[in-house]
Design a protein around this ligand. Structure first.
Ligand code: HEM
Length: 489
Protein backbone atom coordinates (compact mmCIF):
# COMPACT_ATOMS: atom_id res chain seq x y z
CA UNK A 1 0.00 0.00 0.00
CA UNK A 2 0.99 3.64 -0.45
CA UNK A 3 1.34 3.93 3.31
CA UNK A 4 1.84 1.08 5.79
CA UNK A 5 -0.93 -0.26 8.01
CA UNK A 6 -1.75 2.19 10.81
CA UNK A 7 -1.28 0.59 14.21
CA UNK A 8 -4.17 0.75 16.64
CA UNK A 9 -6.81 1.80 14.09
CA UNK A 10 -9.46 -0.83 13.20
CA UNK A 11 -9.29 -2.12 9.63
CA UNK A 12 -12.09 -3.26 7.32
CA UNK A 13 -11.93 -6.90 6.12
CA UNK A 14 -9.99 -7.11 2.86
CA UNK A 15 -8.68 -9.33 0.07
CA UNK A 16 -5.24 -9.55 -1.48
CA UNK A 17 -4.68 -7.04 -4.35
CA UNK A 18 -8.23 -5.60 -4.31
CA UNK A 19 -8.42 -4.82 -0.61
CA UNK A 20 -11.97 -3.92 0.45
CA UNK A 21 -13.20 -2.93 -3.03
CA UNK A 22 -15.62 -5.89 -3.15
CA UNK A 23 -17.07 -5.11 0.27
CA UNK A 24 -17.56 -1.46 -0.62
CA UNK A 25 -19.70 -2.34 -3.64
CA UNK A 26 -21.42 0.41 -5.56
CA UNK A 27 -22.69 2.48 -2.67
CA UNK A 28 -19.66 3.42 -0.60
CA UNK A 29 -21.48 5.58 1.92
CA UNK A 30 -23.96 2.84 2.78
CA UNK A 31 -21.33 0.06 2.96
CA UNK A 32 -19.03 2.19 5.12
CA UNK A 33 -21.88 3.05 7.51
CA UNK A 34 -22.50 -0.69 7.94
CA UNK A 35 -18.81 -1.32 8.62
CA UNK A 36 -18.79 1.55 11.14
CA UNK A 37 -21.43 -0.29 13.19
CA UNK A 38 -18.88 -3.08 13.72
CA UNK A 39 -15.59 -1.17 13.68
CA UNK A 40 -16.52 2.15 15.28
CA UNK A 41 -16.75 5.59 13.62
CA UNK A 42 -13.13 5.79 12.41
CA UNK A 43 -11.30 2.95 10.66
CA UNK A 44 -8.86 2.27 7.87
CA UNK A 45 -9.70 0.56 4.60
CA UNK A 46 -7.50 -0.67 1.82
CA UNK A 47 -8.70 0.04 -1.71
CA UNK A 48 -6.25 -1.79 -3.97
CA UNK A 49 -2.87 -0.34 -3.07
CA UNK A 50 -4.26 2.71 -1.27
CA UNK A 51 -4.83 3.01 2.44
CA UNK A 52 -7.62 5.34 3.44
CA UNK A 53 -8.90 6.56 6.80
CA UNK A 54 -12.68 6.98 6.86
CA UNK A 55 -14.67 9.09 9.35
CA UNK A 56 -18.32 8.15 9.75
CA UNK A 57 -19.75 10.23 12.60
CA UNK A 58 -20.43 13.93 13.13
CA UNK A 59 -17.82 14.26 15.90
CA UNK A 60 -15.07 12.25 14.24
CA UNK A 61 -15.48 14.29 11.04
CA UNK A 62 -15.25 17.44 13.12
CA UNK A 63 -12.10 16.12 14.81
CA UNK A 64 -10.24 15.53 11.54
CA UNK A 65 -11.74 18.14 9.21
CA UNK A 66 -12.09 21.07 11.63
CA UNK A 67 -9.81 20.51 14.62
CA UNK A 68 -7.00 19.19 12.40
CA UNK A 69 -7.86 21.30 9.39
CA UNK A 70 -4.31 22.45 8.68
CA UNK A 71 -3.21 18.81 8.41
CA UNK A 72 -6.04 17.93 6.00
CA UNK A 73 -5.47 20.69 3.46
CA UNK A 74 -4.51 18.60 0.45
CA UNK A 75 -6.30 16.26 -1.93
CA UNK A 76 -5.10 12.90 -3.25
CA UNK A 77 -4.17 12.50 -6.91
CA UNK A 78 -6.01 9.63 -8.60
CA UNK A 79 -4.77 7.91 -11.73
CA UNK A 80 -7.78 8.27 -14.08
CA UNK A 81 -8.61 11.79 -13.14
CA UNK A 82 -5.19 13.32 -12.59
CA UNK A 83 -3.11 11.55 -15.23
CA UNK A 84 -5.66 11.08 -17.97
CA UNK A 85 -8.64 13.45 -17.76
CA UNK A 86 -6.83 16.48 -16.42
CA UNK A 87 -3.12 16.06 -16.92
CA UNK A 88 -2.74 19.80 -17.58
CA UNK A 89 -5.76 21.57 -16.11
CA UNK A 90 -7.07 20.45 -12.72
CA UNK A 91 -10.13 21.89 -11.04
CA UNK A 92 -9.61 23.45 -7.62
CA UNK A 93 -11.61 20.69 -5.93
CA UNK A 94 -9.27 18.01 -7.28
CA UNK A 95 -5.94 19.86 -6.84
CA UNK A 96 -3.39 18.75 -4.27
CA UNK A 97 -2.31 21.71 -2.11
CA UNK A 98 0.52 23.81 -3.55
CA UNK A 99 1.23 27.47 -4.34
CA UNK A 100 -0.82 27.38 -7.54
CA UNK A 101 -3.83 25.79 -5.81
CA UNK A 102 -3.57 28.40 -3.07
CA UNK A 103 -3.63 31.26 -5.62
CA UNK A 104 -6.50 29.77 -7.62
CA UNK A 105 -8.55 29.08 -4.50
CA UNK A 106 -7.97 32.62 -3.23
CA UNK A 107 -8.95 34.24 -6.53
CA UNK A 108 -12.06 32.07 -6.85
CA UNK A 109 -13.06 32.68 -3.21
CA UNK A 110 -12.78 36.46 -3.75
CA UNK A 111 -15.03 36.19 -6.81
CA UNK A 112 -17.54 34.25 -4.67
CA UNK A 113 -17.57 36.39 -1.52
CA UNK A 114 -20.73 38.11 -0.30
CA UNK A 115 -20.34 41.46 -2.12
CA UNK A 116 -19.36 39.70 -5.37
CA UNK A 117 -22.32 37.30 -5.14
CA UNK A 118 -24.68 40.27 -4.72
CA UNK A 119 -23.57 41.57 -8.14
CA UNK A 120 -24.54 38.22 -9.66
CA UNK A 121 -28.10 38.27 -8.31
CA UNK A 122 -29.52 39.67 -11.60
CA UNK A 123 -28.39 36.39 -13.15
CA UNK A 124 -30.26 34.37 -10.50
CA UNK A 125 -33.30 36.65 -10.99
CA UNK A 126 -33.19 35.98 -14.73
CA UNK A 127 -32.56 32.24 -14.72
CA UNK A 128 -34.99 31.44 -11.91
CA UNK A 129 -37.85 33.36 -13.55
CA UNK A 130 -37.21 31.49 -16.81
CA UNK A 131 -37.37 28.10 -15.07
CA UNK A 132 -40.49 29.09 -13.11
CA UNK A 133 -42.11 30.42 -16.28
CA UNK A 134 -41.43 27.07 -17.96
CA UNK A 135 -43.09 25.29 -15.03
CA UNK A 136 -46.06 27.68 -15.25
CA UNK A 137 -46.51 26.89 -18.95
CA UNK A 138 -46.48 23.17 -18.32
CA UNK A 139 -48.49 22.97 -15.09
CA UNK A 140 -52.05 23.25 -16.56
CA UNK A 141 -53.23 25.06 -13.48
CA UNK A 142 -52.17 22.21 -11.19
CA UNK A 143 -53.89 19.50 -13.22
CA UNK A 144 -50.83 17.99 -14.92
CA UNK A 145 -48.24 15.69 -13.36
CA UNK A 146 -44.93 17.19 -14.44
CA UNK A 147 -41.26 16.22 -14.27
CA UNK A 148 -39.31 19.30 -13.22
CA UNK A 149 -35.85 17.77 -13.61
CA UNK A 150 -35.16 19.05 -17.16
CA UNK A 151 -36.24 22.59 -16.19
CA UNK A 152 -33.81 22.66 -13.29
CA UNK A 153 -31.00 21.15 -15.29
CA UNK A 154 -31.37 23.94 -17.83
CA UNK A 155 -31.52 26.47 -14.98
CA UNK A 156 -28.28 25.15 -13.49
CA UNK A 157 -26.39 25.04 -16.74
CA UNK A 158 -27.46 28.52 -17.82
CA UNK A 159 -26.74 29.90 -14.37
CA UNK A 160 -23.29 28.28 -14.25
CA UNK A 161 -22.29 29.53 -17.66
CA UNK A 162 -23.68 33.03 -17.24
CA UNK A 163 -22.13 33.39 -13.77
CA UNK A 164 -18.84 32.30 -15.19
CA UNK A 165 -18.71 34.10 -18.52
CA UNK A 166 -21.29 36.88 -18.21
CA UNK A 167 -23.15 36.03 -21.40
CA UNK A 168 -26.19 33.84 -21.75
CA UNK A 169 -25.52 31.03 -24.17
CA UNK A 170 -28.84 29.29 -23.72
CA UNK A 171 -30.99 30.42 -26.60
CA UNK A 172 -28.18 30.80 -29.09
CA UNK A 173 -26.26 27.53 -28.95
CA UNK A 174 -28.12 24.37 -28.05
CA UNK A 175 -25.43 22.05 -29.40
CA UNK A 176 -22.82 23.61 -27.10
CA UNK A 177 -25.10 23.25 -24.07
CA UNK A 178 -25.70 19.58 -24.84
CA UNK A 179 -21.99 18.98 -25.27
CA UNK A 180 -21.21 20.57 -21.89
CA UNK A 181 -23.85 18.52 -20.08
CA UNK A 182 -22.63 15.27 -21.67
CA UNK A 183 -18.95 15.91 -21.06
CA UNK A 184 -19.32 17.20 -17.49
CA UNK A 185 -21.52 14.19 -16.65
CA UNK A 186 -18.83 11.84 -17.97
CA UNK A 187 -16.14 13.70 -16.02
CA UNK A 188 -18.14 13.31 -12.79
CA UNK A 189 -18.27 9.53 -13.36
CA UNK A 190 -14.50 9.46 -13.88
CA UNK A 191 -14.02 11.26 -10.56
CA UNK A 192 -16.15 8.80 -8.65
CA UNK A 193 -14.31 6.64 -6.13
CA UNK A 194 -16.47 3.58 -6.68
CA UNK A 195 -16.40 3.53 -10.44
CA UNK A 196 -12.70 3.51 -11.22
CA UNK A 197 -10.93 0.48 -9.86
CA UNK A 198 -7.89 1.23 -12.01
CA UNK A 199 -7.21 4.12 -9.58
CA UNK A 200 -6.53 1.60 -6.85
CA UNK A 201 -5.32 -1.48 -8.69
CA UNK A 202 -2.49 -0.46 -11.08
CA UNK A 203 -2.67 -3.82 -12.84
CA UNK A 204 -6.04 -2.84 -14.30
CA UNK A 205 -4.42 0.08 -16.15
CA UNK A 206 -3.11 -2.31 -18.79
CA UNK A 207 -6.68 -2.46 -20.14
CA UNK A 208 -6.79 0.90 -21.85
CA UNK A 209 -10.54 1.29 -22.58
CA UNK A 210 -11.27 3.49 -19.58
CA UNK A 211 -8.17 5.64 -20.16
CA UNK A 212 -9.01 6.13 -23.83
CA UNK A 213 -12.50 7.24 -22.93
CA UNK A 214 -11.04 9.67 -20.38
CA UNK A 215 -8.61 11.14 -22.93
CA UNK A 216 -11.41 11.78 -25.45
CA UNK A 217 -13.49 13.48 -22.76
CA UNK A 218 -10.54 15.73 -21.93
CA UNK A 219 -10.15 16.88 -25.54
CA UNK A 220 -13.83 17.64 -25.84
CA UNK A 221 -13.76 19.61 -22.60
CA UNK A 222 -10.68 21.61 -23.59
CA UNK A 223 -12.40 22.64 -26.81
CA UNK A 224 -15.38 24.37 -25.17
CA UNK A 225 -13.36 25.84 -22.33
CA UNK A 226 -11.07 27.66 -24.77
CA UNK A 227 -13.98 28.85 -26.85
CA UNK A 228 -15.92 30.25 -23.87
CA UNK A 229 -12.90 31.95 -22.35
CA UNK A 230 -11.94 33.58 -25.64
CA UNK A 231 -15.49 34.89 -25.96
CA UNK A 232 -15.27 36.56 -22.54
CA UNK A 233 -11.86 38.07 -23.29
CA UNK A 234 -13.30 39.58 -26.46
CA UNK A 235 -16.23 41.05 -24.47
CA UNK A 236 -13.82 42.58 -21.95
CA UNK A 237 -11.66 44.05 -24.74
CA UNK A 238 -14.79 45.57 -26.33
CA UNK A 239 -16.05 46.84 -22.95
CA UNK A 240 -19.34 44.92 -23.21
CA UNK A 241 -18.76 42.32 -20.47
CA UNK A 242 -21.21 41.88 -17.55
CA UNK A 243 -20.31 41.15 -13.89
CA UNK A 244 -19.18 37.54 -13.75
CA UNK A 245 -16.82 35.29 -11.84
CA UNK A 246 -14.11 34.85 -14.47
CA UNK A 247 -14.37 38.51 -15.48
CA UNK A 248 -13.68 39.52 -11.87
CA UNK A 249 -10.65 37.22 -11.81
CA UNK A 250 -9.27 38.42 -15.15
CA UNK A 251 -9.56 42.02 -14.00
CA UNK A 252 -8.23 41.48 -10.46
CA UNK A 253 -4.69 42.90 -10.42
CA UNK A 254 -3.78 40.99 -7.24
CA UNK A 255 -4.65 37.61 -8.78
CA UNK A 256 -1.43 36.48 -10.38
CA UNK A 257 -2.65 33.64 -12.50
CA UNK A 258 -1.42 32.17 -15.75
CA UNK A 259 -3.63 30.95 -18.59
CA UNK A 260 -3.77 27.35 -17.32
CA UNK A 261 -4.78 28.55 -13.85
CA UNK A 262 -7.57 30.69 -15.26
CA UNK A 263 -8.81 27.71 -17.24
CA UNK A 264 -8.68 25.66 -14.04
CA UNK A 265 -10.95 28.16 -12.30
CA UNK A 266 -13.38 28.23 -15.23
CA UNK A 267 -13.77 24.50 -15.32
CA UNK A 268 -14.14 24.39 -11.54
CA UNK A 269 -16.98 26.89 -11.65
CA UNK A 270 -18.82 25.04 -14.37
CA UNK A 271 -18.49 21.59 -12.87
CA UNK A 272 -18.97 22.51 -9.18
CA UNK A 273 -22.44 23.95 -9.55
CA UNK A 274 -23.79 21.96 -12.47
CA UNK A 275 -25.23 19.05 -10.53
CA UNK A 276 -25.12 20.13 -6.89
CA UNK A 277 -27.45 23.14 -6.96
CA UNK A 278 -30.22 21.61 -9.13
CA UNK A 279 -30.06 18.30 -7.23
CA UNK A 280 -30.87 20.15 -4.00
CA UNK A 281 -33.70 22.15 -5.58
CA UNK A 282 -35.17 19.04 -7.26
CA UNK A 283 -34.94 16.96 -4.08
CA UNK A 284 -36.41 19.81 -2.03
CA UNK A 285 -39.37 20.10 -4.42
CA UNK A 286 -39.83 16.34 -4.21
CA UNK A 287 -40.09 16.53 -0.44
CA UNK A 288 -42.39 19.56 -0.51
CA UNK A 289 -44.79 17.67 -2.81
CA UNK A 290 -45.34 14.99 -0.11
CA UNK A 291 -48.14 15.18 2.50
CA UNK A 292 -45.66 16.37 5.16
CA UNK A 293 -44.22 18.79 2.61
CA UNK A 294 -47.68 20.44 2.33
CA UNK A 295 -47.48 21.46 5.98
CA UNK A 296 -43.96 22.81 5.50
CA UNK A 297 -45.02 24.80 2.43
CA UNK A 298 -47.97 26.39 4.19
CA UNK A 299 -45.81 27.37 7.15
CA UNK A 300 -43.12 28.78 4.85
CA UNK A 301 -45.78 30.66 2.87
CA UNK A 302 -47.23 32.23 6.04
CA UNK A 303 -43.80 33.21 7.29
CA UNK A 304 -42.87 34.78 3.95
CA UNK A 305 -46.11 36.82 4.02
CA UNK A 306 -45.41 37.89 7.62
CA UNK A 307 -42.08 39.38 6.54
CA UNK A 308 -43.35 40.69 3.19
CA UNK A 309 -47.05 41.53 3.56
CA UNK A 310 -47.02 43.76 0.46
CA UNK A 311 -46.47 41.04 -2.11
CA UNK A 312 -42.86 41.99 -2.87
CA UNK A 313 -41.13 38.81 -1.64
CA UNK A 314 -40.41 37.80 -5.27
CA UNK A 315 -38.04 40.77 -5.69
CA UNK A 316 -36.84 41.24 -2.13
CA UNK A 317 -35.55 37.66 -1.83
CA UNK A 318 -32.76 38.75 -4.18
CA UNK A 319 -31.41 41.27 -1.66
CA UNK A 320 -31.17 39.32 1.57
CA UNK A 321 -32.40 36.31 3.52
CA UNK A 322 -35.09 37.74 5.79
CA UNK A 323 -37.28 34.68 6.36
CA UNK A 324 -35.55 32.38 8.89
CA UNK A 325 -37.89 29.48 8.15
CA UNK A 326 -36.89 29.41 4.47
CA UNK A 327 -33.20 29.54 5.47
CA UNK A 328 -33.87 26.63 7.86
CA UNK A 329 -35.69 24.79 5.05
CA UNK A 330 -32.76 24.93 2.62
CA UNK A 331 -30.34 23.91 5.38
CA UNK A 332 -32.48 20.88 6.13
CA UNK A 333 -32.63 20.02 2.41
CA UNK A 334 -28.82 20.24 2.30
CA UNK A 335 -28.46 17.98 5.36
CA UNK A 336 -31.19 15.47 4.56
CA UNK A 337 -29.98 14.80 1.02
CA UNK A 338 -26.22 15.58 1.46
CA UNK A 339 -25.72 15.32 -2.30
CA UNK A 340 -21.98 14.56 -2.07
CA UNK A 341 -22.48 11.44 0.10
CA UNK A 342 -18.72 10.96 0.36
CA UNK A 343 -17.77 14.67 0.11
CA UNK A 344 -14.45 15.11 -1.77
CA UNK A 345 -11.37 13.15 -0.69
CA UNK A 346 -8.53 14.74 1.30
CA UNK A 347 -4.88 13.94 1.84
CA UNK A 348 -3.02 14.79 5.04
CA UNK A 349 0.18 16.86 5.01
CA UNK A 350 1.04 16.35 8.70
CA UNK A 351 0.83 13.46 11.13
CA UNK A 352 -2.45 13.32 13.07
CA UNK A 353 -2.96 11.52 16.34
CA UNK A 354 -6.27 9.79 16.92
CA UNK A 355 -7.05 7.90 20.12
CA UNK A 356 -3.48 6.70 20.46
CA UNK A 357 -2.88 5.88 16.76
CA UNK A 358 -0.49 7.95 14.69
CA UNK A 359 -1.80 8.56 11.19
CA UNK A 360 1.14 9.57 9.00
CA UNK A 361 1.28 12.54 6.60
CA UNK A 362 0.32 11.43 3.09
CA UNK A 363 -2.73 9.39 4.17
CA UNK A 364 -5.96 9.73 2.19
CA UNK A 365 -9.08 10.62 4.17
CA UNK A 366 -12.69 10.00 3.18
CA UNK A 367 -15.55 11.81 4.90
CA UNK A 368 -18.74 9.76 4.99
CA UNK A 369 -20.72 13.01 4.98
CA UNK A 370 -24.09 11.29 4.67
CA UNK A 371 -23.35 9.24 7.80
CA UNK A 372 -22.18 12.37 9.66
CA UNK A 373 -25.39 14.18 8.71
CA UNK A 374 -27.51 11.28 9.99
CA UNK A 375 -25.57 10.82 13.23
CA UNK A 376 -28.09 10.20 16.01
CA UNK A 377 -25.63 11.44 18.62
CA UNK A 378 -25.73 14.87 17.05
CA UNK A 379 -29.06 15.26 15.26
CA UNK A 380 -32.33 14.49 16.98
CA UNK A 381 -34.37 12.10 14.80
CA UNK A 382 -32.02 12.47 11.84
CA UNK A 383 -34.34 10.49 9.54
CA UNK A 384 -37.09 13.03 10.15
CA UNK A 385 -37.15 15.93 7.67
CA UNK A 386 -37.46 18.83 10.07
CA UNK A 387 -36.45 22.42 9.18
CA UNK A 388 -37.17 23.45 12.79
CA UNK A 389 -33.84 21.95 13.84
CA UNK A 390 -32.20 24.95 12.16
CA UNK A 391 -34.27 27.68 13.81
CA UNK A 392 -32.70 29.70 16.60
CA UNK A 393 -29.05 29.30 17.53
CA UNK A 394 -27.37 26.40 15.77
CA UNK A 395 -23.85 25.99 16.99
CA UNK A 396 -20.89 24.91 14.86
CA UNK A 397 -21.17 23.34 11.45
CA UNK A 398 -24.88 22.90 10.65
CA UNK A 399 -24.20 19.93 8.34
CA UNK A 400 -21.47 18.48 6.13
CA UNK A 401 -23.17 19.02 2.77
CA UNK A 402 -20.50 21.61 1.92
CA UNK A 403 -17.66 19.66 3.56
CA UNK A 404 -15.76 21.40 6.38
CA UNK A 405 -12.48 23.06 7.26
CA UNK A 406 -9.67 24.33 5.07
CA UNK A 407 -10.96 23.01 1.74
CA UNK A 408 -14.65 23.50 2.40
CA UNK A 409 -16.87 24.53 -0.54
CA UNK A 410 -16.22 28.14 -1.55
CA UNK A 411 -19.49 28.33 -3.48
CA UNK A 412 -21.63 27.77 -0.38
CA UNK A 413 -22.78 31.38 -0.11
CA UNK A 414 -23.76 31.55 -3.78
CA UNK A 415 -25.48 28.16 -3.60
CA UNK A 416 -27.41 29.22 -0.48
CA UNK A 417 -28.62 32.36 -2.25
CA UNK A 418 -29.75 30.32 -5.24
CA UNK A 419 -31.63 27.84 -3.04
CA UNK A 420 -33.24 30.60 -0.99
CA UNK A 421 -34.38 32.59 -4.04
CA UNK A 422 -35.77 29.54 -5.77
CA UNK A 423 -37.66 28.31 -2.71
CA UNK A 424 -39.22 31.70 -1.93
CA UNK A 425 -40.32 32.15 -5.53
CA UNK A 426 -41.75 28.67 -5.90
CA UNK A 427 -43.58 28.76 -2.58
CA UNK A 428 -45.22 32.14 -3.16
CA UNK A 429 -45.98 31.21 -6.78
CA UNK A 430 -47.46 27.75 -6.39
CA UNK A 431 -48.89 25.06 -4.18
CA UNK A 432 -46.63 22.12 -4.92
CA UNK A 433 -48.77 18.97 -4.84
CA UNK A 434 -48.20 15.24 -5.20
CA UNK A 435 -48.91 13.65 -8.62
CA UNK A 436 -52.33 12.34 -9.59
CA UNK A 437 -50.66 9.10 -10.57
CA UNK A 438 -49.35 7.96 -7.19
CA UNK A 439 -46.75 5.71 -8.81
CA UNK A 440 -44.82 8.82 -9.83
CA UNK A 441 -44.60 10.25 -6.30
CA UNK A 442 -41.12 11.28 -5.13
CA UNK A 443 -39.19 8.82 -2.96
CA UNK A 444 -38.63 10.56 0.37
CA UNK A 445 -35.74 8.53 1.71
CA UNK A 446 -32.48 10.50 1.38
CA UNK A 447 -30.47 7.45 0.31
CA UNK A 448 -33.04 5.62 -1.83
CA UNK A 449 -33.87 8.63 -4.02
CA UNK A 450 -30.40 8.39 -5.60
CA UNK A 451 -30.46 6.90 -9.10
CA UNK A 452 -26.66 6.71 -9.36
CA UNK A 453 -24.91 5.52 -6.20
CA UNK A 454 -21.57 5.28 -8.04
CA UNK A 455 -21.57 8.97 -9.00
CA UNK A 456 -19.86 11.83 -7.24
CA UNK A 457 -23.15 13.69 -6.76
CA UNK A 458 -26.64 12.30 -6.10
CA UNK A 459 -28.80 12.07 -9.19
CA UNK A 460 -32.47 12.24 -8.17
CA UNK A 461 -34.67 9.41 -9.45
CA UNK A 462 -37.41 10.74 -11.71
CA UNK A 463 -40.66 11.72 -10.00
CA UNK A 464 -43.59 13.91 -10.90
CA UNK A 465 -45.57 16.52 -9.01
CA UNK A 466 -48.13 19.22 -9.68
CA UNK A 467 -47.83 22.99 -9.48
CA UNK A 468 -51.02 24.89 -8.77
CA UNK A 469 -50.56 28.67 -9.12
CA UNK A 470 -51.66 30.41 -5.90
CA UNK A 471 -52.62 33.56 -7.77
CA UNK A 472 -52.06 33.57 -11.50
CA UNK A 473 -52.25 37.33 -11.85
CA UNK A 474 -49.59 37.97 -9.19
CA UNK A 475 -47.32 35.29 -10.56
CA UNK A 476 -47.52 36.65 -14.10
CA UNK A 477 -46.81 40.16 -12.83
CA UNK A 478 -43.74 38.98 -10.89
CA UNK A 479 -42.44 37.02 -13.89
CA UNK A 480 -43.00 40.06 -16.11
CA UNK A 481 -41.03 42.25 -13.70
CA UNK A 482 -38.06 39.89 -13.83
CA UNK A 483 -38.33 39.73 -17.60
CA UNK A 484 -38.20 43.49 -17.92
CA UNK A 485 -35.20 43.71 -15.60
CA UNK A 486 -33.42 41.06 -17.67
CA UNK A 487 -34.02 43.07 -20.84
CA UNK A 488 -32.50 46.18 -19.27
CA UNK A 489 -29.60 44.39 -17.61
C1 HEM B 1 -25.63 23.11 -3.12
C2 HEM B 1 -24.58 23.24 -3.88
C3 HEM B 1 -23.19 22.76 -3.54
C4 HEM B 1 -22.80 21.71 -2.74
C5 HEM B 1 -23.68 20.74 -1.96
C6 HEM B 1 -21.34 21.70 -2.75
C7 HEM B 1 -20.56 20.79 -2.05
C8 HEM B 1 -19.17 20.81 -2.02
C9 HEM B 1 -18.36 19.88 -1.25
C10 HEM B 1 -18.87 18.74 -0.39
C11 HEM B 1 -17.06 20.21 -1.46
C12 HEM B 1 -15.83 19.53 -0.83
C13 HEM B 1 -15.49 20.26 0.45
C14 HEM B 1 -14.45 19.62 1.33
O1 HEM B 1 -13.54 18.91 0.87
O2 HEM B 1 -14.53 19.83 2.56
C15 HEM B 1 -17.04 21.35 -2.37
C16 HEM B 1 -15.91 21.97 -2.83
C17 HEM B 1 -15.92 23.02 -3.71
N1 HEM B 1 -17.02 23.69 -4.20
FE1 HEM B 1 -18.95 23.27 -3.80
N2 HEM B 1 -20.89 22.72 -3.55
C18 HEM B 1 -21.98 23.39 -4.05
C19 HEM B 1 -21.98 24.49 -4.89
C20 HEM B 1 -20.85 25.11 -5.36
C21 HEM B 1 -20.86 26.27 -6.22
C22 HEM B 1 -22.10 27.01 -6.69
C23 HEM B 1 -19.55 26.57 -6.48
C24 HEM B 1 -18.95 27.67 -7.32
C25 HEM B 1 -19.55 28.33 -8.26
C26 HEM B 1 -18.73 25.60 -5.76
C27 HEM B 1 -17.36 25.57 -5.76
C28 HEM B 1 -16.58 24.69 -5.05
C29 HEM B 1 -15.13 24.66 -5.11
C30 HEM B 1 -14.24 25.59 -5.91
C31 HEM B 1 -14.72 23.62 -4.26
C32 HEM B 1 -13.30 23.14 -4.00
C33 HEM B 1 -12.68 23.82 -2.79
C34 HEM B 1 -11.26 23.33 -2.55
O3 HEM B 1 -10.89 22.23 -2.98
O4 HEM B 1 -10.50 24.08 -1.93
N3 HEM B 1 -19.56 24.74 -5.09
N4 HEM B 1 -18.35 21.69 -2.68
Amino acid sequence: TDIPKIHGLPEAPNWPVFGSLFQLGENHSKSLSKLAKKLGPVFQIRMGNRRIVVANSYDSIKYFWVKNQAALISRPALHTFHNVVSSEVLSIGTSPWDESCKQRRKAAATALNKPAVQTYMPIIDHESYIAINEILHECQDGKADINIIPHLQRFALNTSLTLNYGTRIASSDDALLKEIVTVEGAVAQLRSASNNWQDYVPLLRIFPARSNEAATIRQRRDRYLVRLLNGLKKDIANGVDKPCITGNILKDPSAKLNETEIRSICLTMISAALETVPANIILGIGYLSSPHGQEIQERAYREILDVYPNGDAWDRCLDEEQVPYVTALYKEILRYYTVHHMSLPRRSVQEIEYEGSRIPAGTSFYMNAFAGDYDENHFEDPYQFNPDRYLGDVDGTPHYAYGAGTRMCIGAHLANRELYTFLVRLIIGFRILGPLNKEDAAILDGMEINARPTGLVVQPKMFKCRFEPRNLEDLKRWIDGSKQRAEHH
